[in-house]
Structures are given as structure tokens and as C-alpha cells.
Design a protein around this ligand. Structure first.
Ligand code: Z57
Length: 830
């Protein structure tokens, strides 16, 4: 394609595109040029925000170079690529991360200092890219960091929401939601690709056309929405590779509906157009919960159709045979949200590329793999057949055909077993019928994985049990989640990172986290322990300052910091935590001054958003704040207890909280938290955990050992029986819990009637999450925490051993496993 240019032109291009050397001076030149031209400002009006923008643009210039080189070499080599389809990418801030990954933090830091700014202030100007709810979205972001760092040829595909996850404010103890209009000022971390536009069709009808002995289907009519690509570069750490997340934005077509115009309905025609932009306007704010809104289904198809079009276009450039598609393309489905991609690829191959059905299906099933992230029944996606029929008339036909052929094979496997067929069917035979997206995802994929050992075992034994019978166990795997040590240690906890690097004598641990193991040798070094503790203390001081800023409460950095930050959900049991806090409060209040002297002072810190429609979760927030306002002003307990609810928990707030925790709580009812990933972040940052035998807690326990973790509560295998007992027998409430409930009901924390619906979940609600069953062992475990914290030397040792044994939980390990056993891709280094 170069041949269209004269040699002189090519030479000129090459001469002009020599990358600038990067150092302090060239950065400063670039900074000032961006202030002057990109921002059209001058030395007279550069504030911290402009300084942030200029720095970001200077970094962005370098990212683009690397991005181009990476795309070029990946195209040249034409190796198999992986496409990670995720409706959420919870990236957080980018500037600090890019500076560290590119190794520019020191030189640019010096550079801005000489220009009269503080790097810290500049970094603090950035708004989070919060295009996700919680664990699932943040996992996608960690995986992109690892894919880039390990030099894999990979792309992410997602949606460019105009509004990310809502901002949370606390008013009178209640959560209020505000729109997150994050694109208010320009976003330097995206490259608009106005030339990459895909038409996406909705509605219309299907014509069946018979040509000789063949039939084909033509999907016509309906409305068309355009998808415009916005590219987000993701730099690897310590490598030149820089991969891409392509986010799709919806916009109306330029062509108007002339019919309407001519009829004089100009305003209505414009309104129709505006509806198209609304498609990608907002991220649905539910974590682990399905809400069957039509607009959400439209978002899903819009994103899937645009992404597959892009993937197929890229494949076709290499002029290969369709059979080679699965050798060139792996597509990972992050949950069932993109499950329609399976149907869309089959449609493209059969209707547009005219492959025969079976050949097409063979390609499809060898291309896709599916990650399941939950067993909670309310989170399972299913869409009414009439809704899909309206929106995607050809897709619903394909789904029914796929299901028919699938069930015919199942029938051969289990002749006459109609119940078995009904259980496996992609269609739920209710009125109306529903499409079960998880079943579609399993049938259309060659591999299905869970996200922690226990979870992967549970899906095989429960929700996907019948599929294991039919396919055999080998289609189902475990890929325990991981986190990126670059953001979650190096960036969020610079002091600990520095101490580790100095102690080990290298930075290699950031690319091979198992090297942390060597820190074990230093537990006997008194001076090292002192410095380790000093780092934790200074992180606690930093958090205490943040708490004073946002909630105006003074907390003592010498107290034990006890943290639970995550989405508010009944299964995560923040309710149990605050009930435990009330028990602690009442215990302290009943003490004599002598007894009080033995009490370990505690700061209990909560944070997290509740889905706007989740009434019970919102009441939990109110209860926490009500307890906080009573406890925090009670001088009789001598600052032995403080309760803090940090508003608007998000990625950048997490970066302040996590390094400052002494103990964090991961206390879901056994079997409900698929993995959890913040548990890994806390332990990597040398915080101990108090947890149930659930998700990745179990594997963390295996790695760090009995002495360094506090585990309690019933096991997953006991849950069914316990629930049964609550349902059909009179199970007496745990006595300590009973006392706490009576205290709330007596009005100790404000008007009791407010909390009645919450308390009812324990009584009329049959305590579905087993708070009463676990409360005793929870309080016991808390006692052990207090006792252990009193033995300072042992505590520091435990803390060191935590970090030292977290090697397994790097997202690099997870991504290598996916690459080798599911995707079949190899690194291509720039
Ligand atoms: C979500 O954040 C998770 C699962 C879901 O099905 C949805 Br929808 C959203 C979380 C799990 O709850 C966590 O346990 C897990 O660590 C995380 O996904 C990443 O796998």
C-alpha cells in the first residue's frame, strides 16, 4: 500500500517521524507547547488543571507512538489475537499509571517541579474513567495491563458510556446518586476514530429466499444506529508494547428520514436521531443483578455487532480461508453480557459469507470461550423471547435453530429424558419464553471457566451440572482471578514498593510476583520490620487525612484500621459487620475503666455503592451512618471505636484506602462470592484479612498459611442445610445477635421503624445469608484479631508474610494461564 507514494514522500515521512528522545527537557518543551497550542493558554493562566492536561498530552504523544508500533508489528506478524469482550472496563485514572509503566515518573516529576508544579497536585486533577460497577469491570482493566505487559496481541472491546457509574453522596445518612459526566472536559486518554464507523441494525424483518435447493435469509428494514470507535491505549510495564481498548459510541446516521421531513415533522425526525445517541449514554449500575431493560439489550447487541464487524474485517484483510478463523481469532466473553456475539458470528458466516450451517458452527464454537463470574440466581441473564424477536428478528431464528440442533444431539445422548432436555435447553419454557444467556454461552464456546477454585467446582456441581454430564468435565476449567501489581502495589503504595525493591535489590518482582517470596528471609531483621511498620503507619496517616477531608472526623492512625470496601450487597454481609460493630460498642460501654485499658482502639471503615434500586442495600448504608453518628460522638468510650463511611468509593479512593488497612473483611456467605479481588489487593499491601471460607480467600489462605489469616464461618457445603433449617424449623437466633437487634429496635441508633425492613431479612426473610449462623464465630474471630494486634512484633511478621506469599495472585499469572490453555496465543514483543 506504500506504492502510491513517491519515494521522496516516503523519505520525508521517515525523516519527520523519528521519535523524540524523552527526558526532562524534551518533556518540558512538549508541556509548554501543549499549554500554548492544545489548550490555547499561556504562562499567565496555567492552573493545576491545565498542567494536568498538558502533562497528560505529553504522555499521550508517547503512548500513541508505542500504540502505532505495536499495531504495526502485530499486523505484520499476523499471529493469533485475543479479543476480550467486556461491557465494563473500570480503569480509574491513567496518568500516574502511564508514567510508571513508561518509566517516566521521575523525569517528568522533576520537569513539572521546575515549572512550578507538584506532581501530586497534577495527578489529583484527573477524573476516574469509571466505566464499570465493581469486581468484573476492574478485573478487565487488570487483565488489559497484564496483556500489554506480557506482550500478547490482544484487544479489548467495550462501550464508551457518556455517564460512568454514578457518584455517591451521603445526605442525612442515605445514599444519593449523581450523574458521572466524566467527559465534561476533554479526555486525553482516548483517540476518536471518526473514520471507523459501523452500521448496526435493529428491528425490521427477515425474508426467506429459496435459490435452487438452498435457502438463505435476508434481514432488512428497521432502524440503523452508527457505532464510532474511540481507542484507549493501554501501555505495558517496562515494555514498548501498548495495546488497545476500542470503545464504541453510538450516534445517529447522517442520512435523515426524508419521509418525515417532507411530511413536515422536522422536530420528530430530529428526536428520532437523538434517540440513537442515547444508546451508549449510561452504564447500568447493577452489580451481580440482572434488570431486564430493553435499552440494556440494545446496548449489548450494538457493542457486539460493532466489535464482531471489526474483528471480521481485520481477519478478512489477511485473505485466509474461513476455516482458519479460530487459528487467528480467540474471543473471550466476560460474563454472558456479550453472549449474542455467538449468534452474530453464526449470522455473519451463514447469511453474509454463505458458509453452510455446520461449517459455520464449527468455526464459532472454536472461537469463543466464556467466563462465568457468579452463581447468584438473580444475576443470571435471561431475555424474553418477544423482546429479542422485536429487536433482532434474525437472531431469534438462529437461536431457535441452534437450540434445536443442540437438543437433537442431547436427545441422542439421553434418549427420552425430557426433563434433562428441558434443563439444558437455551430456551426456558415459561410464558413468555426466555433465552438463557449462560446456556447460549456454554453451547457456543469451547471452554467455560470459573474465577476461583471453589467457584469453578461449584458451577460444575450446581448451575452447570447437566452440561458437565453432557459435555464431560474437561470443557470446564478454573482460572483464579488476579490483580496487577503495577497499579495495586507500585502505584498505590510507592513507599512499600520502594522498600521491597531496596530489600530485594531489583525491580523484577513487578514482572514476576513470585519473587516476593524472598522477603520471608527479612522477617527476622528488626530494622526491616521497623521500616515495614513505618510504611504502614504513613499510609494510615494519609488515609486519616483523607477521612478528615471527606467526612470531617479525626481518627487515630495508631488504632487498628478495619476496612470493608466493596459494592453493598446482602451476600457480602456489610450488615453483619455493622451488627458486630454495635456488639463491640455495647461491650466497651459496659466496661470498667480498668477493663477499657485492655481494649485495642479500632477504626471501622466502610465504603461502597448500592445499586440505586436496591432498597435493602441502601438501608444498610443508612444503618452504618446512624451507628457512626452515635458512636463517634460518644466520649464515654474514649476513642476506642470510630465508625467511618467513606462516600463515593471508586478506584482512586481504593488506592488510598487499601495500603492503609490493618485488617480487611471479606465475609460473604460461603459459596456466594465467586472470587473477590480486593482480598488480593489488601493482602498484597500487607494487610491481614478476616474472611469466610469463600472465593479466593481459600486460595489466599493456602498460600499465606494459617497463622496469617483469620477465617471463620460455615462452609459452602453446609449452606443448603442451614437455609433449609431456617425455612422449616424454629432456629433460635444467636444470643449476641439477638441482643444487638433488640438494641436497634429500642431506638439506640435513631428511629427504629426505619430499620424494620432490614431486620426483617433475619426473621421473616429466614436469614437467607446466614448472618445468625455465622455471628458467633465472627465475633470469636474478631477477638482473635484484637489479641493478635496487641502482639506488635508478631503482627508485623504476619504482615510481611502476607505480601511475601502473594505471588500467585498476579494477573500476569492468570493471563498466562488463559493464553496457554484457552486462547493459544503467544507474545509478540515490540
Ligand atoms: C461482578 O462484579 C462480579 C460478578 C458478576 O456476575 C457481575 Br454481573 C459483576 C464479580 C464477582 O462478584 C466477584 O466475586 C469476582 O471477583 C469478580 O466478578 C471478578 O471475577
Amino acid at each position: 500500500e506504500l506504492s502510491k507514494w513517491r519515494p521522496e514522500v516516503i523519505e520525508l515521512w521517515e525523516k519527520c517521524s523519528v521519535p523524540e528522545t524523552i527526558n526532562k527537557e524534551t518533556f518540558q518543551k512538549s508541556f509548554i507547547r501543549h499549554v500554548n497550542t492544545t489548550l490555547a493558554r499561556s504562562i499567565y493562566n496555567v492552573d493545576n488543571f491545565s498542567a494536568y492536561q498538558a502533562t497528560a498530552h505529553a504522555v499521550r504523544d508517547r503512548l500513541i507512538q508505542r500504540w502505532n508500533e505495536t499495531q504495526q508489528i502485530h499486523t505484520e506478524r499476523d499471529q493469533k489475537r485475543v479479543y476480550y469482550l467486556s461491557l465494563e472496563f473500570l480503569l480509574g485514572r491513567s496518568l500516574d499509571n502511564a508514567l510508571l509503566n513508561l518509566g517516566l515518573k521521575d523525569s517528568f516529576g522533576e520537569g513539572v517541579k521546575e515549572l512550578g508544579f507538584k506532581m501530586e497536585d497534577i495527578l489529583d486533577q484527573e477524573v476516574d474513567a469509571a466505566l464499570g460497577n465493581g469486581g468484573l469491570g476492574r478485573l478487565a482493566a487488570c487483565y488489559m495491563d497484564s496483556l500489554a505487559t506480557l506482550c500478547y496481541p490482544a484487544w479489548g472491546y467495550g462501550v464508551r458510556y457518556t455517564y460512568g457509574i454514578f457518584q455517591q453522596k451521603i445526605v442525612d445518612g442515605y445514599q444519593d446518586e449523581f450523574p458521572d459526566y466524566w467527559l465534561n472536559f476533554d479526555n486525553p486518554w482516548e483517540l476518536p476514530r471518526v473514520d471507523i464507523v459501523v452500521d448496526v441494525q435493529f428491528g425490521g424483518h427477515v425474508n426467506k429466499i429459496t435459490e435452487g435447493d438452498k435457502v438463505r435469509h435476508e434481514w432488512i428494514g428497521g432502524e440503523t444506529v452508527q457505532a464510532v470507535a474511540y481507542d484507549v491505549p493501554i501501555p505495558g510495564y517496562g515494555v514498548k508494547n501498548c495495546i488497545n481498548i476500542r470503545l464504541w459510541n453510538s450516534k445517529p446516521r447522517r442520512k435523515f428520514d426524508f419521509g418525515k421531513f417532507n411530511a413536515g415533522e422536522y422536530d420528530q425526525a430530529v428526536q428520532e436521531q437523538m434517540k440513537a445517541e442515547f444508546l451508549t449514554a449510561v452504564l447500568y449500575p447493577n452489580d451481580n443483578h440482572m434488570v431486564g431493560k430493553e435499552l440494556r439489550l440494545k446496548q449489548q447487541y450494538f457493542w457486539v455487532a460493532a466489535s464482531l464487524h471489526d474483528i471480521v474485517r481485520r481477519f478478512k484483510k489477511s485473505q485466509r480461508d474461513w476455516n482458519e478463523f479460530p487459528d487467528q481469532v480467540a474471543i473471550q466473553l466476560n460474563d454472558t453480557h456479550p453472549a449474542l456475539a455467538i449468534v452474530e458470528l453464526q449470522r455473519i458466516l451463514v447469511d453474509e459469507e454463505r458458509l453452510d450451517w455446520d461449517a459455520a458452527w464449527d468455526i464459532v464454537t472454536h472461537t469463543f470461550a466464556f467466563t462465568n463470574h457468579t452463581v447468584l440466581p438473580e444475576a443470571m441473564e435471561k431475555w424474553p423471547v418477544p423482546m429479542i424477536s422485536q429487536l433482532l428478528p434474525r437472531h431469534i431464528q438462529i437461536i431457535f435453530d441452534l437450540n434445536l440442533f443442540f437438543l437433537q444431539r442431547v436427545e441422542k445422548f439421553a434418549p427420552g429424558d425430557r426433563d434433562f432436555l428441558a434443563r439444558l435447553s437455551i430456551i426456558e419454557e415459561s410464558t413468555p419464553q426466555y433465552v438463557r444467556m449462560a446456556h447460549l454461552a456454554i453451547v457456543g464456546s469451547h471452554r467455560v471457566n470459573g474465577v476461583a477454585k471453589l467457584h469453578s467446582k461449584l458451577i460444575k456441581e450446581t448451575i452447570f451440572k447437566d452440561f458437565v454430564k453432557y459435555y464431560g468435565p474437561d470443557k470446564f476449567e478454573n482460572k483464579t482471578n488476579g490483580i496487577t501489581p503495577r497499579r495495586w502495589l507500585h502505584q498505590a503504595n510507592p513507599k512499600l514498593s520502594e522498600l521491597i525493591t531496596e530489600t530485594l535489590g531489583h525491580k523484577d518482582w513487578l514482572k514476576d510476583l513470585t519473587l516476593l517470596k524472598k522477603l520471608e528471609e527479612s522477617v527476622h531483621d528488626k530494622e526491616f520490620r521497623r521500616r515495614w511498620m513505618a510504611v504502614k503507619h504513613s499510609n494510615k496517616v494519609r488515609l486519616a487525612e483523607y477521612i478528615r477531608d471527606v467526612v470531617d472526623v479525626d481518627v487515630n492512625p495508631n488504632a487498628l484500621f478495619d476496612v470493608q470496601v466493596k459494592r453493598i450487597h446482602e451476600y457480602k454481609r456489610q450488615f453483619m459487620n455493622i451488627l458486630g460493630v454495635i456488639h463491640r460498642y455495647n461491650t466497651i460501654k459496659s466496661m470498667s475503666p480498668e477493663q477499657m485499658r485492655d481494649v485495642v482502639p479500632r477504626v471501622v471503615i466502610f465504603g461502597g455503592k448500592a445499586a440505586p434500586g436496591y432498597y435493602i442495600a441502601k438501608l444498610v448504608i443508612k444503618l452504618i451512618n446512624s451507628v457512626a453518628s452515635v458512636v463517634n460522638k460518644d466520649s464515654t468510650i474514649q476513642d476506642l471505636l470510630k465508625v467511618i463511611f467513606i462516600p463515593d468509593y471508586n478506584v482512586s479512593v481504593a488506592e488510598i484506602i487499601i495500603p492503609a488497612s490493618d485488617i480487611s473483611q471479606h465475609i460473604s456467605t460461603a459459596g456466594t462470592e465467586a472470587s473477590g479481588t480486593s482480598n488480593m489487593k489488601f493482602v498484597l499491601n500487607c494487610g491481614l484479612i478476616l474472611g469466610t471460607v469463600d472465593g479466593a480467600n481459600i486460595e489466599i489462605h493456602e498460600e499465606i498459611g494459617d497463622d496469617n489469616i483469620f477465617m471463620f464461618g460455615h462452609l459452602a457445603e453446609q449452606v443448603d442445610d442451614l437455609r433449609y433449617a431456617h425455612r422449616y424449623r424454629d432456629v433460635p437466633m444467636d444470643p449476641h445477635l439477638d441482643a444487638v437487634i433488640k438494641d436497634i429496635e429500642s431506638g439506640s441508633f435513631g428511629e427504629a421503624r426505619i430499620f424494620a425492613p432490614l431486620i426483617n431479612t433475619l426473621t421473616f426473610g429466614k436469614d437467607y445469608y446466614l448472618i445468625s449462623d455465622d455471628f458467633g464465630s465472627y465475633l470469636d474471630a474478631q477477638k482473635l484479631v484484637d489479641e493478635a494486634y496487641k502482639k506488635e512484633k508478631d503482627w508485623v511478621k504476619k504482615s510481611i508474610l502476607c505480601t511475601a506469599n502473594m505471588g500467585q495472585f498476579s494477573s500476569d499469572r492468570a493471563i498466562k494461564e488463559y493464553a496457554e490453555s484457552i486462547w493459544g496465543i503467544i507474545p509478540v514483543k515490540v
